[in-house]
Design a protein around this ligand. Structure first.
Ligand code: SIN
Ligand code: CO
Length: 388
Protein backbone atom coordinates (compact mmCIF):
# COMPACT_ATOMS: atom_id res chain seq x y z
CA UNK A 1 0.00 0.00 0.00
CA UNK A 2 1.43 3.37 -1.06
CA UNK A 3 1.38 5.57 2.08
CA UNK A 4 1.36 8.75 0.01
CA UNK A 5 -1.83 8.35 -1.98
CA UNK A 6 -4.85 10.32 -0.73
CA UNK A 7 -7.45 8.04 0.82
CA UNK A 8 -11.19 8.60 0.90
CA UNK A 9 -11.17 6.67 4.19
CA UNK A 10 -9.06 9.45 5.71
CA UNK A 11 -10.97 12.32 4.13
CA UNK A 12 -8.61 12.76 1.20
CA UNK A 13 -5.31 12.83 3.04
CA UNK A 14 -2.68 10.13 2.78
CA UNK A 15 -1.87 7.54 5.43
CA UNK A 16 1.46 9.29 5.99
CA UNK A 17 -0.26 12.65 6.58
CA UNK A 18 -2.86 11.09 8.85
CA UNK A 19 -0.18 9.41 10.98
CA UNK A 20 1.89 12.61 11.12
CA UNK A 21 -0.91 15.04 11.96
CA UNK A 22 -3.71 13.10 13.69
CA UNK A 23 -2.80 9.61 14.93
CA UNK A 24 -2.50 9.72 18.73
CA UNK A 25 -2.66 13.52 18.53
CA UNK A 26 -5.99 15.01 17.54
CA UNK A 27 -9.46 14.05 16.34
CA UNK A 28 -10.50 13.92 12.70
CA UNK A 29 -14.03 13.92 11.33
CA UNK A 30 -14.30 12.22 7.95
CA UNK A 31 -17.54 12.60 6.04
CA UNK A 32 -18.26 9.57 3.85
CA UNK A 33 -15.08 7.74 4.81
CA UNK A 34 -16.83 4.65 3.42
CA UNK A 35 -19.33 6.03 0.89
CA UNK A 36 -22.69 4.21 0.77
CA UNK A 37 -21.63 2.08 3.71
CA UNK A 38 -24.24 -0.48 4.60
CA UNK A 39 -23.91 -2.27 7.87
CA UNK A 40 -23.31 -5.97 7.14
CA UNK A 41 -25.26 -6.82 10.29
CA UNK A 42 -28.59 -5.46 11.52
CA UNK A 43 -29.89 -4.72 15.02
CA UNK A 44 -31.60 -8.11 15.35
CA UNK A 45 -28.46 -9.98 14.35
CA UNK A 46 -26.43 -7.92 16.83
CA UNK A 47 -28.95 -8.69 19.57
CA UNK A 48 -28.73 -12.36 18.49
CA UNK A 49 -24.98 -12.33 19.13
CA UNK A 50 -25.62 -10.85 22.59
CA UNK A 51 -27.63 -13.99 23.45
CA UNK A 52 -24.51 -16.13 23.01
CA UNK A 53 -22.45 -17.26 25.98
CA UNK A 54 -19.06 -16.73 24.33
CA UNK A 55 -19.80 -13.18 23.13
CA UNK A 56 -19.03 -10.23 25.42
CA UNK A 57 -21.96 -7.81 25.52
CA UNK A 58 -23.34 -5.01 27.69
CA UNK A 59 -26.42 -2.82 27.85
CA UNK A 60 -26.22 0.68 29.28
CA UNK A 61 -29.49 2.33 30.36
CA UNK A 62 -29.28 6.01 31.18
CA UNK A 63 -32.37 5.85 33.40
CA UNK A 64 -32.40 2.24 34.56
CA UNK A 65 -32.67 1.00 38.12
CA UNK A 66 -30.12 3.69 38.86
CA UNK A 67 -28.52 6.33 36.61
CA UNK A 68 -26.31 4.74 33.93
CA UNK A 69 -27.25 1.18 34.78
CA UNK A 70 -24.88 -1.40 33.30
CA UNK A 71 -26.18 -4.87 32.48
CA UNK A 72 -23.82 -7.59 31.32
CA UNK A 73 -24.66 -10.25 28.76
CA UNK A 74 -25.41 -12.87 27.67
CA UNK A 75 -28.99 -11.59 27.48
CA UNK A 76 -32.29 -13.34 26.82
CA UNK A 77 -34.93 -12.42 24.24
CA UNK A 78 -37.22 -11.64 27.13
CA UNK A 79 -34.78 -9.04 28.51
CA UNK A 80 -34.62 -7.35 25.10
CA UNK A 81 -38.41 -7.22 24.81
CA UNK A 82 -38.64 -5.41 28.17
CA UNK A 83 -36.24 -2.59 27.31
CA UNK A 84 -37.72 0.93 27.24
CA UNK A 85 -38.28 2.87 24.02
CA UNK A 86 -35.52 5.38 24.63
CA UNK A 87 -32.10 5.93 26.15
CA UNK A 88 -30.35 2.58 26.06
CA UNK A 89 -27.41 1.14 24.14
CA UNK A 90 -26.40 -2.44 23.44
CA UNK A 91 -22.64 -2.90 22.97
CA UNK A 92 -21.17 -6.08 21.53
CA UNK A 93 -17.41 -6.60 21.68
CA UNK A 94 -15.20 -8.23 19.02
CA UNK A 95 -17.92 -8.73 16.41
CA UNK A 96 -15.12 -9.16 13.84
CA UNK A 97 -14.41 -12.56 15.41
CA UNK A 98 -17.89 -13.81 14.68
CA UNK A 99 -18.99 -12.06 11.48
CA UNK A 100 -16.53 -12.34 8.55
CA UNK A 101 -17.97 -9.24 6.78
CA UNK A 102 -17.19 -7.19 9.87
CA UNK A 103 -13.68 -8.58 10.00
CA UNK A 104 -13.23 -7.55 6.35
CA UNK A 105 -13.75 -3.92 7.40
CA UNK A 106 -10.34 -4.10 9.02
CA UNK A 107 -8.76 -4.34 5.56
CA UNK A 108 -9.35 -0.58 5.32
CA UNK A 109 -6.96 0.01 8.21
CA UNK A 110 -3.98 -1.90 6.86
CA UNK A 111 -1.88 1.28 6.90
CA UNK A 112 -1.54 0.53 10.62
CA UNK A 113 0.06 -2.61 12.07
CA UNK A 114 -2.49 -5.39 12.38
CA UNK A 115 -1.14 -6.33 15.82
CA UNK A 116 -2.22 -2.88 17.05
CA UNK A 117 -5.86 -3.64 16.23
CA UNK A 118 -7.94 -4.77 19.16
CA UNK A 119 -11.41 -5.45 17.85
CA UNK A 120 -14.50 -4.08 16.17
CA UNK A 121 -17.14 -3.33 18.77
CA UNK A 122 -20.63 -2.59 17.51
CA UNK A 123 -23.23 -0.65 19.42
CA UNK A 124 -26.92 -0.37 18.73
CA UNK A 125 -28.82 2.46 20.41
CA UNK A 126 -32.40 3.67 20.43
CA UNK A 127 -33.07 7.45 20.40
CA UNK A 128 -31.30 9.15 23.29
CA UNK A 129 -29.08 6.07 23.85
CA UNK A 130 -25.59 6.88 25.07
CA UNK A 131 -22.89 5.40 27.28
CA UNK A 132 -22.26 8.84 28.77
CA UNK A 133 -19.31 11.21 28.45
CA UNK A 134 -16.09 9.27 28.94
CA UNK A 135 -12.59 8.76 27.63
CA UNK A 136 -10.83 5.63 26.42
CA UNK A 137 -7.14 4.87 26.75
CA UNK A 138 -6.85 3.76 23.15
CA UNK A 139 -7.28 5.13 19.63
CA UNK A 140 -10.62 4.50 18.03
CA UNK A 141 -12.29 5.01 14.65
CA UNK A 142 -16.04 5.45 15.17
CA UNK A 143 -17.80 4.52 11.96
CA UNK A 144 -21.49 5.24 11.69
CA UNK A 145 -23.15 2.08 10.41
CA UNK A 146 -26.84 2.91 10.47
CA UNK A 147 -29.00 5.86 11.58
CA UNK A 148 -27.58 9.04 13.06
CA UNK A 149 -25.48 9.68 16.12
CA UNK A 150 -24.61 13.06 17.54
CA UNK A 151 -21.00 13.17 18.78
CA UNK A 152 -19.46 15.75 21.06
CA UNK A 153 -15.79 15.83 21.89
CA UNK A 154 -14.20 17.62 24.81
CA UNK A 155 -11.09 17.91 26.92
CA UNK A 156 -8.04 15.65 27.15
CA UNK A 157 -8.27 13.48 30.26
CA UNK A 158 -5.99 11.33 32.40
CA UNK A 159 -6.22 9.13 35.47
CA UNK A 160 -6.71 12.25 37.66
CA UNK A 161 -9.81 13.42 35.74
CA UNK A 162 -12.85 13.37 38.06
CA UNK A 163 -15.39 10.62 37.39
CA UNK A 164 -18.90 9.98 38.66
CA UNK A 165 -19.09 7.54 41.57
CA UNK A 166 -20.08 4.43 39.64
CA UNK A 167 -19.06 0.86 40.30
CA UNK A 168 -18.74 -0.20 36.64
CA UNK A 169 -18.67 2.76 34.27
CA UNK A 170 -16.08 5.50 34.03
CA UNK A 171 -18.32 8.49 33.33
CA UNK A 172 -16.83 11.99 33.50
CA UNK A 173 -18.21 14.31 36.21
CA UNK A 174 -17.43 17.32 34.02
CA UNK A 175 -17.63 17.21 30.28
CA UNK A 176 -16.80 20.37 28.37
CA UNK A 177 -17.88 19.91 24.74
CA UNK A 178 -15.58 21.76 22.36
CA UNK A 179 -16.90 20.47 19.00
CA UNK A 180 -19.88 18.47 17.81
CA UNK A 181 -21.17 16.75 14.72
CA UNK A 182 -24.01 14.48 13.66
CA UNK A 183 -22.70 11.41 11.86
CA UNK A 184 -24.60 9.53 9.17
CA UNK A 185 -23.89 6.08 7.70
CA UNK A 186 -20.40 6.00 6.19
CA UNK A 187 -19.15 8.99 8.25
CA UNK A 188 -16.29 8.29 10.63
CA UNK A 189 -14.71 10.04 13.58
CA UNK A 190 -11.15 9.28 14.64
CA UNK A 191 -10.39 9.93 18.31
CA UNK A 192 -6.93 9.80 19.90
CA UNK A 193 -6.51 8.18 23.33
CA UNK A 194 -7.86 10.06 26.37
CA UNK A 195 -10.00 12.57 24.47
CA UNK A 196 -13.36 13.02 26.21
CA UNK A 197 -16.31 12.13 23.98
CA UNK A 198 -20.00 11.50 24.15
CA UNK A 199 -22.23 10.07 21.44
CA UNK A 200 -26.02 10.21 21.63
CA UNK A 201 -28.27 8.31 19.22
CA UNK A 202 -30.56 10.61 17.24
CA UNK A 203 -32.62 7.68 15.92
CA UNK A 204 -32.13 3.90 15.98
CA UNK A 205 -28.45 3.81 15.26
CA UNK A 206 -25.51 1.51 14.96
CA UNK A 207 -21.90 2.56 15.49
CA UNK A 208 -18.80 0.54 14.72
CA UNK A 209 -15.78 1.19 16.96
CA UNK A 210 -12.52 0.01 15.46
CA UNK A 211 -10.39 -0.02 18.59
CA UNK A 212 -6.63 -0.30 18.93
CA UNK A 213 -4.57 -1.82 21.69
CA UNK A 214 -1.46 -0.52 23.33
CA UNK A 215 -0.10 -2.28 26.41
CA UNK A 216 0.32 -0.08 29.47
CA UNK A 217 3.84 0.46 30.80
CA UNK A 218 2.79 -1.53 33.87
CA UNK A 219 1.68 -4.46 31.67
CA UNK A 220 4.90 -4.39 29.64
CA UNK A 221 7.05 -4.43 32.77
CA UNK A 222 5.09 -7.09 34.63
CA UNK A 223 4.62 -9.44 31.71
CA UNK A 224 8.10 -9.03 30.22
CA UNK A 225 9.85 -9.55 33.54
CA UNK A 226 7.70 -12.63 34.21
CA UNK A 227 8.68 -13.99 30.81
CA UNK A 228 12.33 -13.12 31.32
CA UNK A 229 12.55 -14.70 34.74
CA UNK A 230 11.86 -18.15 33.28
CA UNK A 231 15.28 -18.00 31.64
CA UNK A 232 17.20 -16.78 34.69
CA UNK A 233 18.87 -19.41 36.89
CA UNK A 234 18.60 -18.98 40.65
CA UNK A 235 22.36 -18.49 41.02
CA UNK A 236 22.23 -15.37 38.91
CA UNK A 237 22.11 -12.74 41.64
CA UNK A 238 23.16 -9.34 42.84
CA UNK A 239 26.98 -9.52 43.14
CA UNK A 240 29.44 -7.12 44.73
CA UNK A 241 32.86 -8.70 44.44
CA UNK A 242 34.27 -5.20 44.04
CA UNK A 243 32.72 -3.80 47.24
CA UNK A 244 34.78 -1.40 49.41
CA UNK A 245 34.70 -1.13 53.22
CA UNK A 246 31.56 0.77 54.24
CA UNK A 247 31.60 3.84 56.45
CA UNK A 248 28.06 3.28 57.77
CA UNK A 249 26.81 -0.34 57.62
CA UNK A 250 23.17 0.83 57.62
CA UNK A 251 23.41 2.98 54.50
CA UNK A 252 22.50 1.70 51.03
CA UNK A 253 25.32 3.17 49.03
CA UNK A 254 25.21 4.59 45.53
CA UNK A 255 27.39 1.72 44.20
CA UNK A 256 24.66 -0.80 45.21
CA UNK A 257 22.19 1.09 43.05
CA UNK A 258 24.65 1.09 40.15
CA UNK A 259 25.06 -2.68 40.44
CA UNK A 260 21.30 -3.13 40.42
CA UNK A 261 20.93 -0.86 37.41
CA UNK A 262 23.50 -2.85 35.46
CA UNK A 263 21.82 -6.14 36.42
CA UNK A 264 18.51 -4.79 35.13
CA UNK A 265 20.03 -3.22 32.03
CA UNK A 266 21.82 -6.43 31.08
CA UNK A 267 18.61 -8.45 31.04
CA UNK A 268 16.23 -5.78 29.83
CA UNK A 269 18.37 -5.12 26.77
CA UNK A 270 18.15 -8.68 25.45
CA UNK A 271 16.44 -7.76 22.18
CA UNK A 272 15.76 -11.31 21.08
CA UNK A 273 13.87 -12.09 24.26
CA UNK A 274 12.10 -8.74 24.22
CA UNK A 275 10.91 -9.31 20.66
CA UNK A 276 9.86 -12.89 21.41
CA UNK A 277 7.87 -11.78 24.42
CA UNK A 278 6.29 -8.83 22.61
CA UNK A 279 5.21 -10.88 19.59
CA UNK A 280 3.72 -13.55 21.82
CA UNK A 281 1.98 -10.98 24.00
CA UNK A 282 0.52 -8.96 21.13
CA UNK A 283 -0.79 -12.04 19.33
CA UNK A 284 -2.48 -13.58 22.34
CA UNK A 285 -6.05 -14.24 21.23
CA UNK A 286 -8.96 -12.54 22.95
CA UNK A 287 -10.80 -15.86 23.07
CA UNK A 288 -8.15 -18.63 23.34
CA UNK A 289 -10.90 -21.25 23.53
CA UNK A 290 -11.78 -20.40 19.92
CA UNK A 291 -8.24 -21.16 18.73
CA UNK A 292 -8.12 -24.95 18.68
CA UNK A 293 -7.26 -27.25 15.80
CA UNK A 294 -7.55 -30.89 14.80
CA UNK A 295 -4.91 -33.59 14.89
CA UNK A 296 -3.37 -33.67 11.43
CA UNK A 297 -0.56 -35.40 9.57
CA UNK A 298 1.59 -33.32 7.24
CA UNK A 299 0.96 -35.77 4.45
CA UNK A 300 -2.81 -35.45 4.78
CA UNK A 301 -2.63 -31.66 4.75
CA UNK A 302 -0.49 -31.79 1.63
CA UNK A 303 -2.97 -34.11 -0.09
CA UNK A 304 -5.97 -31.96 0.87
CA UNK A 305 -4.29 -28.84 -0.50
CA UNK A 306 -3.36 -30.67 -3.69
CA UNK A 307 -7.01 -31.66 -4.03
CA UNK A 308 -8.17 -28.04 -3.77
CA UNK A 309 -8.62 -27.45 -0.04
CA UNK A 310 -8.33 -23.84 1.10
CA UNK A 311 -6.82 -22.69 4.37
CA UNK A 312 -8.06 -19.50 5.98
CA UNK A 313 -6.96 -17.63 9.08
CA UNK A 314 -9.10 -18.38 12.09
CA UNK A 315 -10.77 -14.98 12.79
CA UNK A 316 -9.96 -15.48 16.48
CA UNK A 317 -6.26 -16.02 15.77
CA UNK A 318 -3.68 -13.26 15.66
CA UNK A 319 -0.59 -13.54 13.47
CA UNK A 320 2.53 -11.43 13.10
CA UNK A 321 6.10 -11.96 11.97
CA UNK A 322 9.47 -10.38 12.57
CA UNK A 323 13.13 -10.86 11.81
CA UNK A 324 15.93 -11.49 14.23
CA UNK A 325 19.46 -11.52 12.78
CA UNK A 326 19.22 -13.88 9.79
CA UNK A 327 16.25 -15.78 11.17
CA UNK A 328 12.55 -15.09 11.23
CA UNK A 329 10.01 -15.29 14.00
CA UNK A 330 6.41 -16.15 13.40
CA UNK A 331 3.98 -15.29 16.16
CA UNK A 332 0.71 -17.13 16.08
CA UNK A 333 -1.90 -16.68 18.77
CA UNK A 334 0.53 -16.21 21.64
CA UNK A 335 3.18 -18.69 20.46
CA UNK A 336 6.42 -18.03 18.64
CA UNK A 337 8.40 -20.08 16.21
CA UNK A 338 11.96 -19.44 15.02
CA UNK A 339 12.27 -20.13 11.29
CA UNK A 340 14.96 -19.91 8.61
CA UNK A 341 15.25 -16.66 6.66
CA UNK A 342 14.26 -18.24 3.34
CA UNK A 343 10.65 -18.58 4.55
CA UNK A 344 10.09 -14.79 4.57
CA UNK A 345 7.62 -14.73 1.66
CA UNK A 346 5.69 -17.65 3.12
CA UNK A 347 5.35 -15.89 6.48
CA UNK A 348 4.13 -12.73 4.74
CA UNK A 349 1.62 -14.78 2.80
CA UNK A 350 0.38 -16.63 5.89
CA UNK A 351 -0.09 -13.37 7.81
CA UNK A 352 -1.68 -11.42 4.96
CA UNK A 353 -3.59 -13.82 2.74
CA UNK A 354 -7.32 -14.36 3.14
CA UNK A 355 -6.92 -17.78 1.62
CA UNK A 356 -4.04 -20.21 1.21
CA UNK A 357 -4.27 -22.86 -1.49
CA UNK A 358 -1.99 -24.93 -3.67
CA UNK A 359 -1.75 -22.08 -6.19
CA UNK A 360 -0.47 -19.32 -3.94
CA UNK A 361 1.42 -21.71 -1.68
CA UNK A 362 3.08 -23.21 -4.78
CA UNK A 363 6.68 -24.23 -4.04
CA UNK A 364 6.24 -23.87 -0.28
CA UNK A 365 4.38 -27.16 -0.27
CA UNK A 366 7.57 -28.86 -1.41
CA UNK A 367 9.61 -27.19 1.35
CA UNK A 368 9.95 -29.30 4.52
CA UNK A 369 9.90 -26.30 6.84
CA UNK A 370 7.04 -24.70 4.95
CA UNK A 371 4.89 -27.81 5.04
CA UNK A 372 5.62 -28.45 8.69
CA UNK A 373 4.79 -24.85 9.55
CA UNK A 374 1.42 -24.95 7.79
CA UNK A 375 0.58 -28.22 9.48
CA UNK A 376 1.51 -26.89 12.94
CA UNK A 377 -0.60 -23.76 12.39
CA UNK A 378 -3.62 -25.87 11.48
CA UNK A 379 -3.05 -28.12 14.51
CA UNK A 380 -2.76 -25.05 16.73
CA UNK A 381 -6.00 -23.64 15.29
CA UNK A 382 -4.54 -20.42 13.85
CA UNK A 383 -5.35 -21.67 10.34
CA UNK A 384 -8.38 -23.75 9.43
CA UNK A 385 -9.98 -25.35 6.40
CA UNK A 386 -12.37 -22.97 4.64
CA UNK A 387 -15.23 -25.41 4.37
CA UNK A 388 -15.24 -26.44 8.04
C1 SIN B 1 -20.93 3.75 21.48
O1 SIN B 1 -20.79 3.18 20.39
O2 SIN B 1 -22.04 4.07 21.89
C2 SIN B 1 -19.79 4.10 22.34
C3 SIN B 1 -18.50 4.01 21.69
C4 SIN B 1 -17.47 4.82 22.44
O3 SIN B 1 -17.71 5.93 22.78
O4 SIN B 1 -16.34 4.34 22.70
CO1 CO C 1 -15.49 5.70 23.86
Amino acid sequence: MNPDIPLQLLGGISAREFLRDYWQKKPLLIRQALPDFQSPIDADELAGLALEEEVESRIVLENGERPWELRRGPFTEDEFSKLPERDWTLLVQAVDQFVPEVSELLENFRFLSSWRVDDVMISFAVPGGSVGPHFDNYDVFLLQGQGKRHWQIGQMCDSETPLLKHADLRILSDFEATEEWTLEPGDMLYLPPRLAHCGVAVDDCMTYSVGFRAPSAAEVLTHFTDFLSQFLPDEERYTDADVQPVSDPHQIQRDALDRLKSLLAEHMSDERLLLTWFGQFMTEPRYPELVVGPELEEEDLFLSLEQGAILIRNPSARLAWSEVDDDLLLFASGQSRLLPGNLRELLKLICAADALHSENLGPWLADDYGRNLLCELVKQGSLGFADE
